[in-house]
Design a protein around this ligand. Sequence first.
Ligand code: SF4
Ligand code: ZN
Ligand code: ZN
Length: 305
Amino acid sequence: MRTQPTCTKCHERSSVYHRTYSGERLCPTCFKVSLKERVQGAINRFDMLDHWSRVAIGVSGGKDSLTLLHILKGIEEGTHGSELIAVTVDEGIKGYRDEASGIVERSCREMGVEWVSVNFTDLFGYTMDEIAASERTLGACSFCGVLRRRALNEAAKSVDADRLATGHTLDDMAQSALLNLLRGDVGKMTSLDPGGYTSPGFVRRIKPLCEVPERETTLYAYLQGFELQSTTCPYAGEAMRGDTRAFLNDMEARRPGTLFTTYNTALKLIPEAKKADAMKTCKTCGEPSVGDTCRVCQLLENRRR
Ligand code: SF4
Ligand code: ZN
Ligand code: ZN
């Protein structure tokens, strides 16, 4: 019978995970410790938190955001002493979001974290199901992404947070970087800054999982025994992101390290993108905007026509 190789960190326990991009083989304990250290390292390097920050964490109920919540809870109890509040956006997607909200509520209760939820109907007057059912030129995810971003900012402001942490993984960062290039939208690279930046009207967004591959949040969630969602969003297949994800996953399997290289390239482009991305104030809603009218008002205005 084949025995599992020993963990390359502790040299004691059997490994359960082969980290192809570094060559390490890790046991469950060393794997979880290494993930926490990776997140702590990113927080320090990008100066994400001050002592006593009030951090809103966007928690959707998926493995990434639950992993983020659990790791930040551990880190904050140990060192920073920041206050954590989980915030969830209910887009109004029947079946999908109802299940996720239940998971978030139970997880927050177990971890002892305060939880607030905001919804599309209160903020924008429509559910995502209503928007998806109507005539639209854009894919559902393009709409949803813009509105979710605004909703999370509103939720963070409503709890007086000075940081908004999101569960974007290394895969998300690499996919967004490539999507921005494919769409010729280099200015959008600014939103990939893992440490975020302060801008009037915006709660500073931080991405503590920016260097954690998605397969590692999956393993962390499995090892922790998190309750996970069984349904997927009915509109998920519409996004161009799916093609980009498939391409990058294929490249990563054949050339381990591709995700990190793509992400690191985006980091190099951020300073240039920032120079070109001066913020204005939306003339309709008064929120921060790249142009005279923000994306939220453009999308909702097109819908009303
Ligand atoms: Fe919104 Fe698309 Fe995500 Fe569904 S898959 S929640 S529509 S962004
Ligand atoms: Zn070990
Ligand atoms: Zn606006």
